[in-house]
Design a protein around this ligand. Structure first.
Ligand SMILES: Cc1cc2nc3c(=O)[nH]c(=O)nc-3n(C[C@H](O)[C@H](O)[C@H](O)COP(=O)(O)O)c2cc1C
Ligand code: SF4
Ligand code: SF4
Length: 271
């Protein structure tokens, strides 16, 4: 999914709105498609040595991880140069944004960037094992996703300058969450086990944005060195063969992909 608005080096397209996207289950891709002309893959761009981008408007749409940008998205931003009149960031989250916009503003400042607009949108929470996806789908209509996307689109088109404020309560929730520790798997302490139900179809490795999965002896095998714990693999497995090694999943029978996004879309963006 290479767009023509911005590429490695110094390419440029006048009048363009380029949106860089990181996604595991498609929520962020669904939003990104509605905010820009070109959607570019952050995993693909991360593979490029030099990253200089020029467009009238540049956006980033990403899931919220622990109330912040995921590490690969931070790495992408920190190592890129953006020449644009308008720079915006949207975080998709499922339950608590925890001050995402303010935390993102602080991160941008720490690496010499600044955004004109940082906002969030609540969607289905894909964070396993804590969330029951069946319950998430039941409450999804009340989140009024399309209405909120229309509002984000109007803001971005009007080049609104805004950073969603964070309350003290939200930031306290963030720091309390971080104090409990993030899921940080290693090959010796794996997050997942792959059951006999695995048929070696490769869907999990094709949607993995960090290239962490191989098929060995006809079965998927994770390598955790660069795993972003994004959960794309477990949600995408058609056999439900990827299970948590030691955590209890609320509803292992139901996994998630945004209904407007196909498996092929995720493979094109991440594979
Ligand atoms: C590792 C991880 C951490 C997450 N942290 C948060 C969080 O702090 N707050 C929240 O509301 N949702 C959190 N989520 C849920 C996702 O941000 C949300 O479902 C997002 O829309 C998924 O986007 P995607 O479909 O583009 O991957 C987390 C999900 C994962 C996998
Ligand atoms: S998607 Fe599931 S069935 Fe296919 S290779 Fe991966 S673990 Fe195995
Ligand atoms: S192996 Fe890690 S990075 Fe790859 S899809 Fe699974 S959770 Fe995401």
């Amino acid at each position: 999914m290479e767009g023509n608005a911005v590429t490695e080096g110094s390419a440029e397209t006048e009048g363009s709105a380029a949106v860089f996207c990181f996604t595991a289950t498609g929520n962020s891709l669904y939003v990104a498609r509605q905010l820009g002309d070109d959607v570019l893959s952050i995993p693909h761009e991360l593979g490029k040595r030099e990253r200089r981008y020029k467009a009238e408007s540049v956006g980033i749409v990403s899931p919220v991880f622990y109330h912040e940008l995921p590490d690969p998205v931070k790495e992408f931003i920190a190592g890129s140069t953006f020449e644009c009149d308008y720079f915006f960031i949207v975080g998709t989250y499922g339950a608590h944004h925890g001050g995402f916009a303010e935390l993102t503003r602080q991160f941008l400042e720490s690496c010499g960037h600044a955004a004109d607009y940082v906002n969030t949108i609540i969607m289905v929470d894909n964070a396993l094992p804590g969330y029951d996806i069946a319950e998430q789908l039941r409450i999804d209509p009340a989140k009024r996703v399309d209405e909120h996307i229309a509002s984000l689109r109007a803001d971005v088109r009007a080049r609104r300058r805004y950073v969603q404020p964070a309350t003290e309560e939200e930031l306290a929730h963030h720091f309390a969450t971080i104090a409990k520790g993030k899921i940080a798997p290693t090959d010796d302490d794996p997050l997942y086990k792959v059951s006999k139900a695995c048929v070696g179809c490769g869907a999990c490795l094709k949607v993995c944005p960090m290239n962490c999965i191989d098929i060995v002896g006809g079965r998927a095998r994770h390598r955790y060195a660069s795993c972003a714990v994004c959960m794309a693999c477990i949600h995408a497995c058609p056999q439900k063969a990827i299970e948590f090694a030691s955590l209890a999943e609320k509803n292992p029978g139901v996994h998630y992909r945004n209904p407007h996004v196909t498996l092929a879309d995720l493979i094109a963006l991440n594979g």
